[in-house]
Unconditional design. Structure first.
Length: 375
C-alpha cells in the first residue's frame, strides 16, 4: 500500500501533479496563441522587408452589413485584437519603392483584408513634413490597396538601423471565425549602392484630424466638410499623392490656401457592389511634381454626404499621404522629442492616451487598457 500524506496516497498526489501540469501547459499554450508577435524579416533575394504580425485567432463578427459603417477603433467586432505595439529595426540600407500586404490563415489561405482595421508604420526619429510629430511611413486599412513607385525613378532612402514603430488593430466584420491569422506587409526595396533610383523622396501625411489624437470623427447626417491647414518645414515637390476615406465620401482635396489653387483632388473608388475599395492616385511625377514652399499655407479637406439620417460614430476620416522630394539634398530633419506636440502624439500612437486632440491636450484621456510597447 502507498504511503499516505494527510489522507492522500502518493499515487494520487502524483496523478494530481501531472493533471495540474497538463492544465498549466494547456492554459499557457492558449494564452500564447492569443498573443501575436510582431517582427521584421529581411529577404534580400526578393528585395523585401516583411513585417509579420501573428498568429492570432479572431472570433466571428456581426457580418459586413451590420459593421459596414462602424469605424470606431474601440468598438469590438468579433473581439478586436491589438497586437503589441513593437519597434522593429531595418537591418539593411535601401530605397523603399512600394508595399503590398496580405492576411492569411494557418494554412496560408488568403483571408479578407477587411480583418485589418488599421496598421501604421511610424518613424519616431524623423519628423513629419507639416508638423513636428513622428514621421508616418505607411498606413494600411481595408480601403487601402498595394502601392508602388517607378523604382528606376523614385525611392525612399531608409538606412540600416532605421526604427519603425508597428501599431495595428484587427477586428472581424464578417460572420466567420479564423484561426492562426497572420498579417504580412511587404516593403519592397532596392539595395543601397545601385545607380537607381534616380531621385530620393520621403513620405508625408496631412490629416483633417491633425495635429494629434484620434483620426476618425463622427459623421453627421447630410453634407459636411472637415479640413486642416499647415505649412511645410522645407521647400520641395509633391511627386505622388493619394488618400484615405470612409464610406459616403465625395472627395478629398489638397490645396494651396495662399494662392487659392487646388493642387489635387482624390475620389473614392468603388467595386461592382458599391463598396469603397480605394482612392484615386495622383502620379504628379509625370509632370515633375507640384511645388510647395514653407511661406505658403496648405489645406486638406474632405467632403461627405451621409444619406442615413443618423450620425455615424467615428464614420468619417480624411487624410492625404504621398511622397515629397526636397529642393535641397540635406538630410530629412530629425524629430525633437522635447517638443510638446511630439510627446503628445507619441503617447497617442503608443496607446498611452486616447481621444481627440482637444481631449488629450486638456489632460489626456487614459487608454482603457495599457498596451505594451516593445523596443
Amino acid at each position: 500500500m502507498s504511503t499516505t500524506t494527510n489522507g492522500m496516497t502518493m499515487r494520487a498526489i502524483a496523478r494530481a501533479t501531472v493533471a495540474l501540469g497538463v492544465m498549466i501547459a494547456a492554459l499557457t499554450t492558449a494564452a500564447a496563441s492569443q498573443t501575436p508577435t510582431v517582427r521584421l524579416e529581411n529577404d534580400p533575394a526578393r528585395g523585401v522587408h516583411r513585417v509579420v504580425i501573428g498568429p492570432m485567432d479572431i472570433l466571428a463578427g456581426p457580418g459586413e452589413a451590420a459593421a459596414s459603417h462602424s469605424h470606431d477603433p474601440h468598438a469590438v467586432h468579433g473581439g478586436a485584437i491589438f497586437p503589441p505595439i513593437t519597434t522593429v529595426t531595418v537591418p539593411a540600407s535601401g530605397y523603399l519603392t512600394g508595399f503590398s500586404y496580405e492576411v492569411v490563415d494557418s494554412e496560408g489561405r488568403q483571408l479578407p483584408r477587411a480583418l485589418i482595421h488599421h496598421l501604421n508604420l511610424i518613424n519616431p526619429d524623423r519628423r513629419e513634413l507639416f508638423l513636428p510629430i513622428s514621421q508616418r511611413m505607411l498606413a494600411v486599412g481595408k480601403e487601402t490597396g498595394s502601392q508602388s513607385m517607378p523604382w528606376l525613378l523614385l525611392g525612399y532612402p531608409v538606412p540600416a538601423g532605421t526604427r519603425m514603430v508597428v501599431s495595428a488593430m484587427l477586428h472581424n466584420p464578417t460572420s466567420s471565425s479564423y484561426t492562426g491569422v497572420t498579417v504580412h506587409v511587404d516593403l519592397h526595396y532596392v539595395e543601397a549602392g545601385r545607380p537607381w533610383p534616380l531621385l530620393s523622396v520621403f513620405p508625408f501625411q496631412l490629416d483633417v484630424a491633425f495635429p494629434a489624437g484620434d483620426k476618425s470623427f463622427d459623421l453627421p447626417p447630410g453634407r459636411s466638410t472637415r479640413s486642416y491647414e499647415a505649412s511645410p518645414s522645407m521647400p520641395g515637390r509633391v511627386m505622388a499623392i493619394g488618400g484615405h476615406l470612409h464610406e459616403y465620401a465625395e472627395n478629398i482635396t489638397f490645396e494651396n490656401v495662399t494662392t487659392g489653387e487646388v493642387l489635387w483632388t482624390g475620389y473614392p473608388i468603388e467595386d461592382a457592389e458599391g463598396r469603397l475599395v480605394g482612392v484615386t492616385l495622383g502620379r504628379l511625377y509625370r509632370t515633375l511634381g507640384v511645388k510647395i514652399v514653407p511661406e505658403h499655407t496648405y489645406r486638406v479637406s474632405v467632403t461627405y454626404e451621409n444619406p442615413t439620417g443618423d450620425t455615424l460614430v467615428a464614420g468619417g476620416m480624411g487624410v492625404v499621404g504621398g511622397v515629397f522630394m526636397p529642393s535641397t539634398a540635406r538630410m530629412w530633419p530629425w524629430a525633437n522629442a522635447a517638443d510638446p506636440l511630439y510627446a503628445l502624439d507619441r503617447q497617442h500612437y503608443l496607446q498611452q492616451v486616447r481621444g481627440t486632440y482637444a481631449e488629450i491636450a486638456s489632460g489626456g484621456a487614459p487608454a482603457a487598457t495599457a498596451e505594451h510597447h516593445h523596443e
